[in-house]
Write a protein that binds this ligand. Structure first.
Ligand code: B12
Length: 216
């Protein structure tokens, strides 16, 4: 087995273990399994995000959609995954301190009424680990507050994330408005609403998950 296949297999096993522990309502065990793997370098933080936690959340969503689980179980699982991501902040800051800083600042936010901020929260860590100075504003941020934040934080880049098609449509007007208010600001959109294509958006307006953030 090559190294990539090896790491993918390790990540799959870790996802199964975290999933099993969440299913058994073993919050401490699920968090500890993820933290141990990241601290020991069994998976890197970006691998934990993309190969373990994102597929786990897709599985959680699919089970709910198939009627196999209740909404509260999806909320329960989401809460534990969020705890895992937040618990890794000290490790991320420690690792980011070893990476040469690029002197650029990114602001990450969800547009008004968009509640899916977990993927964007993971992206914050990946920006920090790629040498950016980055700030996360979270879910459902009013347009005026986004405009104030990019100015106050002297952002070079604004990343807006949407998970639902409905929010993706409203994002067009929001992005155009923000660009008018802050000419020269680079604005990118991302999130699972764009996972199956980005009609109505130019290629260079969309941040795809495979993008090398150091090259942005
Ligand atoms: C957790 C969750 C919630 C939580 C959000 C918690 C939070 N704070 O983030 C809560 C309960 C709030 C929620 C609410 C709703 N949700 Co919800 N939710 C999910 C769930 C289960 C997981 C999302 C997640 O965190 N994934 C983990 C992160 C890391 O993954 P990600 O953001 O998707 O990003 C990955 C990929 O998408 C991809 N990717 C990301 N960006 C990009 C960009 C490009 C260009 C590409 C190519 C790929 C890509 O790479 C990432 C890493 O692998 C998904 C199921 C699913 N399959 O995604 C549904 C899902 C996103 N929700 C959905 C819906 C419909 C809703 C509700 C409308 C439900 C309702 N009737 O109330 C509300 C809307 C709330 C709102 N106003 O925003 C739909 C969206 C359908 C659509 N496309 O329009 C989904 C897909 C479920 C489904 N299959 O129906 N939800």
């Amino acid at each position: 087995m090559d190294d990539n296949a090896d790491r993918a297999a390790v990540a799959r096993d870790l996802m199964k273990e975290i999933d099993r522990r969440i299913g058994a309502y073993d919050r401490a065990g699920a968090v500890e399994a993820a933290l141990r793997a990241a601290r020991e370098g069994v998976v890197s933080v970006p691998e934990l995000h993309t190969l373990v936690l994102a597929p786990l959340m897709a599985l959680v969503g699919a089970r709910w959609q198939a009627g196999e689980t209740e909404v509260w179980q999806e909320h329960h699982a989401t809460g534990i995954v969020r705890t895992i991501v937040e618990s890794l902040a000290p490790l991320v800051h420690e690792q980011a301190a070893q990476v040469p800083r690029n002197g650029r600042t990114a602001v990450l936010a969800c547009p008004p009424e968009e509640m899916h901020d977990l993927g964007l929260r993971m992206l914050l860590d990946r920006f920090l680990l790629a040498g950016w100075n980055a700030h996360f504003l979270g879910a459902d941020v009013p347009q005026e507050e986004i405009a104030l934040a990019v100015r106050a934080l002297e952002a070079d880049l604004l990343v807006l994330s949407a998970a639902t098609h409905y929010h993706r449509l409203r994002l067009r007007a929001l992005v155009d408005g923000l660009r008018q208010a802050a000419p020269g600001l680079r604005v990118l959109v991302t999130g699972s609403a764009f996972a199956h294509g980005h009609d109505g958006w130019a290629d260079d307006e969309v941040l795809a998950p495979a993008t090398d953030l150091q090259e942005l």
